[in-house]
Ligand binder design. Structure first.
Ligand code: ATP
Ligand code: MG
Length: 268
C-alpha cells in the first residue's frame, strides 16, 4: 500500500508532515506493527502526542502493551489490540445490547475498534466515579493510550506478584472499588481477578476494562458474581477472612444473588 492509499484510510493523515526523520521511525515501527497500526502511530508522533515507543511491557492474547513517552516526557502505556485474533469471536457478548455501541457493525476491524473504544469509555467512566484506573488519553482505531502506572520505565506489578504485607487492607480497598464500580460508575468489570489489578504506591489500581458492561447487560449479575468469587478466592488463599460470595454480592448490589449463580463458581 502506498502513501496515496493512506489518505483513503484516514483523510487526516497529512502526507507532507511525514518528514524524513519520521520515515526512519516508520521503518522501525513497521517492522513491529502492521501497516494500519504503524500509520496511526506515525500520525500520533507527527501530532507530537507520542515521542518514542520504548519497549514492550506485555504481550497478551488480545493486545500488546508498550511503554512510551509523550513529547512532554510524560510516560504512557499504549495498548495495541491485535487486528488478527480468534479471541475476539467470543467477545461480542460484552458489546451486544450496549446502547453506547449501537452502531457497531459486524467485521473484525470494526469490532476491534469498538473494543478499544469500549475500554477507553469504561476507563473514563470509572475515573469519573473515583475508581483508581489508568487515565485514558486517546483512542484511535486499535490503539489506546493511557497513563503509565509506574515510574521511570518500571511498570507497577500485578497484585499477584507482590508479597502484600496487609492483604486484609487491600481486600477491603478492592471491596470499596467494587462498590464504587457498581453504584457510581454503574459498571461490572467482568474480568476482575489478581491478573487485572496492579499494585502501585501501596494501592490497588484496576486495569483491563474493555469487557466491563453496564448494569443492564443481561449477564451483569453473573459477571459480578464471578468477579466477587475471584476476589474472594484470591484473598482467602492469602489467609484473609473473606465474606462469602453471596454476602459480598449483596453488600455491593443491595440484593441477594439468584441462587443459580452459585453454580457458576469458577477457578481460573
Ligand atoms: N496503564 C498501564 N501501566 C502500566 N502497565 C500496564 C498498564 N496497562 C497494562 N499494563 C501491563 O500490561 C499487562 C496487560 O494489560 P491488560 O491486562 O490490559 O491487557 P490484556 O490484553 O488483558 O493482556 P493479557 O491477555 O495478558 O491479560 C498488564 O498485566 C500490566 O502488566
Ligand atoms: Mg489482562
Amino acid at each position: 500500500m502506498s502513501y496515496k492509499d493512506l489518505n483513503k484510510i484516514d483523510g487526516k493523515i497529512d502526507k507532507e508532515r511525514i518528514r524524513e526523520k519520521d520515515s526512519n521511525a516508520l521503518k522501525v515501527i513497521e517492522s513491529v506493527f502492521d501497516f494500519q497500526t504503524s500509520m496511526v502511530l506515525v500520525k500520533l508522533m507527527n501530532k507530537g502526542i507520542l515521542k518514542d515507543i520504548s519497549f514492550v511491557i506485555s504481550t497478551g492474547k488480545e493486545a500488546n502493551v508498550y511503554h512510551a513517552y509523550s513529547s512532554k516526557k510524560e510516560e504512557f502505556a499504549i495498548k495495541i489490540y491485535r487486528t488478527t485474533t480468534a479471541e475476539f469471536k467470543r467477545n461480542w457478548i460484552y458489546v451486544q445490547g450496549d446502547p453506547r455501541f449501537k452502531k457497531y457493525k459486524k467485521g473484525t476491524y470494526s469490532f476491534i475498534y469498538t473494543w478499544a473504544k469500549k475500554e477507553y469509555k469504561n476507563l473514563k467512566r470509572m475515573l469519573n466515579a473515583g475508581i483508581p484506573v489508568p487515565k485514558p488519553e486517546i483512542v484511535n482505531k486499535n490503539i489506546l493510550i493511557m497513563s503509565f502506572i509506574g515510574e521511570k520505565q518500571n511498570a507497577a506489578p500485578l497484585i499477584r506478584e507482590v508479597n502484600l504485607k496487609k492483604p486484609g487492607k487491600v481486600y477491603s480497598e478492592i471491596l470499596d472499588i467494587l462498590s464504587l464500580m457498581y453504584n457510581e460508575a454503574k459498571l461490572v468489570h467482568a474480568d476482575l481477578s489478581e491478573y487485572n489489578i496492579l499494585y502501585y504506591k501501596n494501592k490497588p489500581i484496576i486495569i483491563d476494562v474493555s469487557q466491563a458492561v453496564l448494569l443492564d447487560h443481561p449477564q451483569a449479575a453473573f459477571f459480578l458474581y464471578r468477579d466477587v468469587s475471584n476476589i474472594n478466592r484470591y484473598f482467602s488463599s492469602l489467609g484473609v477472612k473473606t465474606l462469602n460470595n453471596s454476602d459480598l454480592f449483596e453488600q455491593i448490589t443491595g440484593v441477594q444473588p439468584n441462587p443459580k449463580l452459585e453454580l457458576y463458581e469458577i477457578d481460573r
